[in-house]
Design a protein around this ligand. Structure first.
Ligand SMILES: NC(=O)c1ccc[n+]([C@@H]2O[C@H](COP(=O)([O-])OP(=O)(O)OC[C@H]3O[C@@H](n4cnc5c(N)ncnc54)[C@H](OP(=O)(O)O)[C@@H]3O)[C@@H](O)[C@H]2O)c1
Length: 367
């Protein structure tokens, strides 16, 4: 039976034009009634980083618009954060249960949760073909709101960083003497450098970044050096080098290829923060060795099968806790909850105007 009483009757959504991500609107709609098997969640907070812009950018190609479908031409960008059950028509979750997971940029979301021994899985028909990692919701255990904010910012990116480190180390870095990481100021890159730097035997770690972010990157734990994109041509680095490409810029890849030629042994395409130059994700190699794309959900499935569905999350969350307490705990957090401020934060993120130091936490819940 579907309970009748809920704390409010409107959902507030940030909708983004799928063909022009700077065009966005905050809209209100009445709560849709729950069907049997569904539950309504209040999305208390979610993190905003370039990762979310990449979801929009690759929305059609990789299916990211499919998680929370919107009307024609519009999309709901998924985001990582925390939400609480406020209405339930399923035995899988009860009112008051709290979960970390993949939500729409909205005040509320409806899922079709099925219990999965601790975590729940959204079993809605339209999500079944999408990567499993995005459909899992973990019971929330953060002791306070600030820790939830930091976990929202770190968790998805740190897990990817841990997996990239694991992937590289398992192959002995293919004998690279130097690992170059583009968009070194990004959270994914910084966490990757931090994971790599903990290894006793490892290549030199060099962060490539915008001139404005060079000082910031040089100060991050993990990198041995920071080099501005504009200085790649004259960078004096030991080879062979490998490239972890988080910028996804064809221009930056070209500069690296021109500088290192056959000394570039391996390129791992990871991200696309430089969205105007996104073609870099599929940039052809001009000299240099092998190139492949790293997709964390796929490698996660492989490592889960090899290490175990209990053991692997424990390994990642142990390292994540160290990173949270040792690195992220002091990050300045920018918060926004007014619709205009949420819209402005999204547009700034699309434009690459957010400060890489610290993080942005949004909410569309109206008190
Ligand atoms: N393949 C995977 O499985 C996987 C997993 C996790 C993340 N990722 C990807 O990794 C990337 C990084 O995500 P994140 O959330 O960690 O990023 P983030 O922390 O928000 O990164 C911010 C940095 O990205 C660069 N940047 C952002 N917007 C820009 C713009 N419009 N123009 C130029 N530079 C811009 C700048 O770095 P610089 O000045 O240093 O260039 C900026 O400091 C995303 O594309 C994400 O989707 C991929």
């Amino acid at each position: 039976m579907v309970p009748a009483s809920v704390e409010r009757v409107h959902t507030t959504d940030l909708l983004v034009r799928r063909d022009d991500h700077r065009r966005c609107e905050v809209r209100e709609s009445e709560f849709a009634p729950l069907r049997e098997g569904q539950a309504r969640f209040r999305v208390d907070r979610f993190a905003l980083t370039s990762n979310n812009v990449t979801y929009a950018l690759l929305g059609d190609v990789m299916g990211y618009w499919g998680f929370y479908p919107a009307e024609d031409g519009w999309g709901q960008v998924p985001a990582w954060g925390f939400a609480e059950v406020i209405e339930s028509a399923t035995g899988a979750v009860a009112v008051g249960d709290r979960f970390y997971g993949y939500w729409p940029m909205s005040s509320h979301a409806i899922l079709e949760p099925v219990a999965h021994g601790g975590p729940v899985v959204d079993d809605a028909e339209h999500r079944r073909a999408l990567p499993a990692m995005y459909n899992n919701y973990l019971p929330a255990s953060a002791p306070d709101a600030h820790t939830e904010e930091l976990q929202s910012l770190i968790r998805p990116l740190f897990a990817s960083a841990w997996l990239i480190d694991d992937f590289l180390a398992a192959q002995g870095f293919r004998d690279a003497a130097t690992v170059l990481i583009t968009s070194a100021s990004s959270k994914t890159a910084a966490a990757t450098a931090w994971c790599l730097a903990r290894r006793a035997e490892r290549p030199a770690l060099v962060g490539l970044t915008s001139a404005a972010n060079t000082e910031f990157v040089a100060g991050l734990a993990g990198y041995d050096r920071a080099v501005a994109y504009s200085d790649i041509a004259s960078a004096d680095l030991a080879g062979p080098v490998m490239l972890i490409d988080i910028a996804g810029s064809a221009d930056i890849r070209r500069a690296v290829h021109e500088r290192f030629g056959d000394g570039l042994s391996w390129t791992l395409g990871v991200g696309g923060t430089h969205m105007s130059e996104i073609s870099g994700l599929a940039a052809p190699q001009e000299g240099g060795g092998e190139s492949e794309i790293f997709f964390a959900p796929t490698y996660l499935e492989q490592r889960t099968a090899e290490i175990g569905s209990r053991e692997l999350p424990e390994m990642i969350s142990g390292a994540e806790s160290e990173y949270l307490e040792g690195v992220a705990r002091t990050w300045p957090i920018t918060r926004a909850s007014e619709p205009d401020a949420v819209r402005a934060a999204w547009i700034d993120q699309v434009d690459g105007k957010r400060d890489p130091a610290g993080g942005t936490i949004l909410s569309l819940v109206r008190s």
